[in-house]
Design a protein around this ligand. Structure first.
Ligand SMILES: [Zn+2]
Length: 218
């Protein structure tokens, strides 16, 4: 698409999916409006059963260039939640989804902090569910300390390594100084996904090893 801004024709890439139905589409452009280096363009989804209108925002980056920032409406797609995560009595999923929504709206400074907070809920609530004697003891402890002290078994080594790295990146997005320049919010989300998969794997292994006993005669 092209739009006019300060007497220049600026190019912006057409959205290629719909923020409501999440299908890959070639949407129809309805109108555009640009001010203060931001362009808002209204589109209509071409998928028959959706057909909803949505607004895409673009940051004007040069005399003729702009960059897609995000949609102003619709919903982000949630990741797959393993069953153990879904059943966990925790604010993890709610917090993660709020962070995802912030990211989706282009609020990248806020979303990183939200993902960091979601990791804290996941770790502490998972540990408490596993061992109720930890309740009242770990909630106000530093996350790094909780991770370091509680995932000590050899089969939890990968989980611990992944959690530490997720926390480091999350801290970068929460505090003033950033220490890991080559990694961003996509890496943090990938680490959280790996953490969920690792927890799922550990719990499934525990379940089968504990519950299937040998029936062979000794
Ligand atoms: Zn749609």
């Amino acid at each position: 698409m092209n739009f006019n801004y300060k007497n220049f024709t600026v190019y912006g890439e057409n959205p290629s999916n719909c923020p409501h139905c999440h299908r890959d589409i070639e949407p129809i452009q309805i109108s555009t409006y640009a001010e203060k280096d931001i362009c808002y363009s209204i589109w209509k989804c071409t998928f028959r059963e959706c057909g909803k209108a949505f607004v895409a925002s673009y940051k004007i980056t040069g005399q003729r260039t702009s960059e897609f920032v995000g949609f102003l409406d619709g919903t982000p797609i949630a990741p797959h939640w393993p069953e153990i995560i879904n059943k966990l009595n925790s604010k993890f999923i709610t917090t993660y989804m709020q962070a995802l929504h912030a990211e989706y709206l282009g609020l990248d400074e806020i979303s990183g902090m939200g993902f960091r907070k979601s990791i804290e809920y996941l770790v502490k609530d998972y540990l408490i569910q596993r061992d109720s004697s930890l309740e009242g003891k770990i909630e106000d402890s530093l996350l790094a300390k909780v991770i370091g002290e509680n995932f000590t078994l050899s089969q939890e080594a990968d989980l611990k390594d992944l959690l530490q790295r997720a926390t480091w990146l999350g801290n970068d997005m929460t505090h003033y100084l950033k220490y890991h320049d080559n990694f961003d919010i996509l890496d943090l989300k990938e680490l959280i996904k790996l953490v969920m998969d690792e927890i799922h794997s550990i719990e499934q292994k525990r379940h089968y090893i504990a519950n299937i006993q040998s029936k062979y005669k000794k």
